[in-house]
Design a protein around this ligand. Structure first.
Ligand SMILES: [Zn+2]
Length: 131
């Protein structure tokens, strides 16, 4: 599935003061099976542990690979929604822009305006939810 296969939906960009503007977002809703499979794939990084063990000072590299693998797997397991694209005007300064803080969507998900640097909250209604 590529980013362009995902339909664009209305998203609300909310500034702390309550002002908001309407943007457009592409969001992939992840299923439980995708999250499980993807988390397991990230654990595949652990297969590197016996390889990096041969690089001195040995143990720190193994711990690093195990730690990074576990972290990536945990993040995938928590990835209920993926923000693929987000564009719209900043409610504070009005600058039309393409936001780059994409990937795993946090709850609430925050992005920053490239012009005024203020933090904006992103609200994308769940599919089927009344707005
Ligand atoms: Zn701004």
């Amino acid at each position: 599935m590529t980013a362009l296969d995902v339909p664009e939906v209305p998203a609300r960009l909310v500034f702390a003061g309550g002002e908001w503007s309407e943007g457009r977002a592409r969001v992939i809703e992840r299923t439980a099976s995708w999250r499980r499979t993807s988390a397991l794939a990230q654990l595949g990084l652990w297969l590197l542990a016996p390889v990096v063990f041969w690089i001195p000072p040995h143990i720190p590299w193994v711990l690093l690979v195990l730690g990074v693998g576990a972290m990536r797997a945990l993040n995938r397991f928590r990835e209920h929604r993926t923000l693929v694209s987000l564009r719209g005007p900043c409610p504070k300064c009005g600058t039309e822009q393409e936001f780059r803080e994409l990937g795993r969507m946090r709850n609430p998900h925050a992005v920053h305006c490239s012009n005024c640097r203020w933090e904006l909250r992103v609200d994308v209604p769940l599919p089927g939810a009344a707005t």
